[in-house]
Design a protein around this ligand. Structure first.
Ligand code: SF4
Ligand code: SF4
Length: 196
């Protein structure tokens, strides 16, 4: 979870509801607050909601997933329902994608992926528009999830415009993530440290 300005564009009548995905899955490494990946925040109440809502860290105040911002993503895209957390992301993308804002798709439930035609269609649109897209997978506690860059991996499948081909390639990207070396994360001196 990084500071961003996605709250400026929030959809006015859309709320998180029962979703608590970001407070469980994401890591936070800001000066005022740290949280390990795939580790439920100690401030998350058992029935949902933040126990320190009024004074929650700035990073939490400013961060929202893309579902809270994009009308194009309908109600079924809420991360706890869809099994996919969509975020805006600025990364060190390879050329010709350097400097562009992209999307990160964190797969929370790979069983739901096989029927997620909406995700496949959204990816066709983004990749055809040259938007960099990342798939992230890995739900082990205190472990950094692995990431695959989709624009190259899906290139041929996107050309076929075949949803099943795209979903097949997404599953291969998940398998590739599963084979990547695990990076454990710990907290040291109030900061996250990554152990190879
Ligand atoms: S993942 Fe999105 S919908 Fe879910 S709690 Fe976080 S901001 Fe709200
Ligand atoms: S401090 Fe509150 S808003 Fe921030 S991650 Fe924890 S529970 Fe969620």
């Amino acid at each position: 979870m990084n500071n961003n300005t996605s709250q400026i564009y929030l959809i006015s009548n859309r709320q998180c509801g029962e979703c608590t995905v970001c407070c469980k899955v994401l890591s936070i490494n800001s000066k005022e607050f740290v949280k390990l990946p795939n580790n439920t925040c100690s401030n998350l109440k058992t029935n949902g909601g933040c126990a320190i809502y009024q004074t929650r860290p700035t990073v939490c105040q400013n961060w929202f997933c893309a579902w809270r911002n994009l009308p194009e993503l309908d109600e079924n895209w809420r991360p706890d329902k869809s099994g996919v957390l969509v975020e805006f992301t600025e990364e060190n993308f390879p050329p010709p994608f350097s400097g562009r804002v992209g999307f990160r798709f964190t797969i929370l439930d790979k069983k739901k992926l096989k029927n997620n035609n909406k995700l496949a269609k959204f990816l066709i649109k983004q990749i055809n528009n040259g938007v960099p897209c990342l798939l992230t997978f890995g739900l082990e506690k205190n472990t950094e999830p692995a990431t695959a860059f989709l624009n190259f991996a899906l290139n041929n499948a996107i050309k076929t415009n075949d949803i099943n081909n795209i979903l097949h390639e997404l599953n291969k990207a998940i398998e590739a993530c599963e084979k990547m070396p695990k990076i454990k994360v710990a907290i040291e001196n109030g900061q996250l440290i990554y152990e190879n």
